[in-house]
Design a protein around this ligand. Structure first.
Ligand code: SF4
Length: 407
């Protein structure tokens, strides 16, 4: 297969190049306890969004007193500005399957599942796992909320791919009520890498807090999207420079897919680590970055809020009503039809959305609008009293990266 986007490593090419140890799912390796020790010593953190330490998650499922265990590789990539999981399952399915088998051994799971909507990727995973009877492929319809961990568990169990209230989280009570490890496809590929390399070599890239490399989807700036492999700790500026040739034209960044909100150009010096992004009120999330050059930040926020409103799973009242109201207010500010109190109403409404639903959508909306006011408050209030020339001439902002069915 040839992936339809350019790929480019900015350091060691562990996932974009030839993986150490070659192609093919590797057979029996370390024991379950050893796998957990390797994951912890390598310092692998989740690549799906939260950056949670994998060793802790494995240990929690393995140490549960409840009977039965399951493991699920989550390759449902709902973030519109990210393609990394689709790259991995289409081009490196053996690493994802190998990581799932390692994780299953670590937690003591007899059965495991691969979960994805991308047809070429799901076909490649099926092929990579065809000689492994303990692994089953589950195909799902694409949706933003379908990759949330409780939605994954429901869909694998035969239900709708919709999130449910937490706790309990899947590691406590997941598939058929049993402790279930749900892990992102890249996280599992990283586990396979850490076992192949050993923790010491794995840590030769990245920082102490965020070891290794990660896949970053970079788009915007009038250039075609590119999938980069980046050692943690590189400044965001380096990524902008790699993508545009120069970072001088960058006015801001939409970070972490849509989950990290807006960052101004003044934050291009931020180190690509979990700690630095958290301290800046953002997140690395799934590693999607949209470089902004000519766009108005209000237009960008309006486009992102419209996406959340369209993709809303319409289950939790505060999220459904709040997301719709935020999208409407931002659309009004962008169109120059907002009233004098609308900017303040937007800020208040979005501030109250955090934690008000079964999934992270309301949190993402809250972070998005919070970042808009934190970095561009004067500009937002100006939109409520006069039309913005940049917004007026703008096409609807859209961060989706269509990949097509064939590769
Ligand atoms: S929080 Fe929102 S998007 Fe998430 S499940 Fe509830 S209604 Fe759906």
């Amino acid at each position: 297969m040839d992936f339809p986007l350019h790929t480019r490593p900015l350091g060691p090419a562990r996932l974009l190049g030839a993986a150490p140890g070659g192609r093919g799912v590797r057979g029996p390796g370390p024991s379950g306890t050893e796998i957990i020790e390797i994951a912890a010593a390598a310092g692998i953190r989740g690549r799906g969004g939260a950056g949670f330490p994998l060793g802790v998650k494995l240990r929690s499922v393995a140490g549960s007193a409840a009977p039965g265990r399951y493991a699920i590789a989550n390759a449902e990539e709902g973030e519109p500005g990210s393609v990394k999981d689709r790259f991995l399952i289409r081009e490196r399915p053996e690493l994802v399957v190998e990581g799932l088998l390692l994780a299953a051994r670590a937690v003591g799971a007899d059965r495991s599942f691969l979960y994805a909507s991308d047809r070429p990727g799901a076909d490649a995973l099926d092929e990579a796992a065809r000689h492994v009877p303990s692994v089953e492929m589950i195909r799902v319809e694409p949706a933003y909320a379908a990759g949330e961990e409780t939605a994954v568990v429901r869909a694998v169990g035969g239900g709708p791919a919709l999130p449910v209230v937490k706790p309990p989280r899947p590691w406590q009570e997941g598939l058929h009520g049993a402790p279930t490890l749900v892990s992102n496809a890249e996280t599992l590929a990283q586990l396979a890498l850490a076992v192949r390399l050993g923790p010491r070599a794995y840590r030769e890239a990245g920082t102490g807090d965020s070891p290794g490399t990660f896949l970053a989807t970079v788009s915007g700036g009038g250039r075609p999207p590119v999938l980069y492999e980046v050692p943690y700790g590189v400044p965001l500026r380096e990524l902008a420079r790699a993508h545009l040739g120069d970072h001088a034209a960058v006015t801001g960044v939409l970070a972490g897919g849509l989950a990290g909100g807006l960052l101004p150009a003044a934050r291009l010096g931020l180190s690509l680590t979990h700690a630095a992004f958290t301290a800046a009120g953002s997140t690395l999330g799934c590693g999607g970055f949209v470089l902004l050059t000519a766009e108005c930040p209000v237009e960008v926020a309006a486009g992102a809020a419209a996406f959340f409103d369209r993709e809303n799973a319409r289950q939790c009242g505060p999220c459904v009503r709040g997301t719709e109201a935020v999208a409407t207010l931002l659309a009004g500010l962008m169109a120059g039809t907002a009233g004098p109190g609308d900017a303040a109403r937007l800020e208040r409404l979005a501030g109250g959305l955090a934690g008000r639903g079964n999934c992270a959508t309301p949190d993402a909306v809250s972070v998005l609008v919070g970042s808009l006011f934190r970095h561009h408050s004067t500009l937002v209030h100006a939109h409520a009293v006069r039309s913005c020339a940049r917004c007026a001439g703008a096409r609807p902002f859209d961060v989706r990266i269509p990949l097509g069915e064939s590769s």
